[in-house]
Design a protein around this ligand. Structure first.
Ligand SMILES: [Fe+2]
Length: 261
């Protein structure tokens, strides 16, 4: 519970510290406050990140400069970096109606938090003995902040009819290169786990997949939901920028879904 987390005392200085970059000073004040709190805490945890994001009271207007609602249809959602330091990064994601991420984890990230600014949906998964199963699917309402721990396998998306934004903080205890690098995408259609440093999109192009492992399986409801969402993405792509790969993928998904039902 957020209320049970004792926040270390951190006072927002009247002026930005002299060692700050102009980039920080150019950010909305509430984002500056969040950054100062994150910087000031040496022992970050997912719960502290969650509490800091909640206490920052960030507004949609603060994030609009990073909105990307015109993202390519092949991208499952819009994704913009707001700010990065060696041990944490802040991103804004943009979700059109029907946009869903692939099922994923967060690579090297050891703590983080996500705030919804719309009527989003959040799915949590467990991965045991090569099989992916759904633990929970629940509404992720505007204003809600979720803690992200290193072991979290999840998915979020926008099932509503209104575009929406979300704010994402990911951190590591010490610098280790890309914080969310080497993230895993659980592709139940290809039955592989794909590793990427970029967006966790359905049907990533080969150049964005660093490596993959084979043998992934999923239980029936998890597989059915995954395939239907990938097919939804395929239909969007085929209606705008059709490619042979996505056409073949859509046909195969329809056949597989028919056999699962
Ligand atoms: Fe995520």
């Amino acid at each position: 519970m957020v209320n049970s987390v004792a926040l270390p005392r951190t006072i927002l200085p009247a002026t930005i510290p002299s060692n700050s970059t102009p980039t920080i000073a150019s950010l909305p004040t509430r984002l500056q406050q969040l950054i100062i709190n994150l910087r000031a805490t040496s022992q970050m945890t997912p719960e502290l990140a969650q509490a800091y994001v909640k206490s920052a009271h960030i507004q949609v207007a603060d994030l609009l400069p990073w909105a990307e609602f015109n993202h390519p249809v092949s991208h499952s959602y819009g994704r913009q970096l707001v700010y990065a330091e060696p041990n944490f990064e802040i991103m804004v994601m943009s979700w059109l109606p029907g946009d869903f991420s692939a099922i994923h984890d967060h690579g090297s990230a050891q703590w983080g938090a996500v705030q919804s600014f719309g009527a989003a949906e959040h799915g949590v998964y467990r991965f045991t003995q090569g099989q992916l199963q759904t633990s929970a699917i629940h509404p992720f309402k505007a204003g809600t902040v979720l803690a992200v721990n290193h072991d979290l396998i999840h998915q979020m998306g926008n099932p509503s009819d209104t575009p929406m934004l979300s704010l994402h903080i990911y951190g590591a205890y010490e610098y280790q290169g890309e914080i969310t690098g080497d993230a895993r995408i659980f592709d139940l259609f290809e039955q592989t786990i794909q590793y990427t440093d970029g967006g966790v999109f359905f049907g990533l192009p080969e150049e964005d997949i660093m490596r993959r492992t084979t043998g992934l399986t999923g239980d029936r409801p998890t597989t059915l939901r995954h395939h239907q969402q990938m097919l939804d993405r395929a239909d969007k792509i085929l209606s705008q920028t059709p490619t042979p790969i996505w056409a073949a993928r859509a046909d195969a998904l329809k056949q597989t879904i028919a056999t699962i039902h």
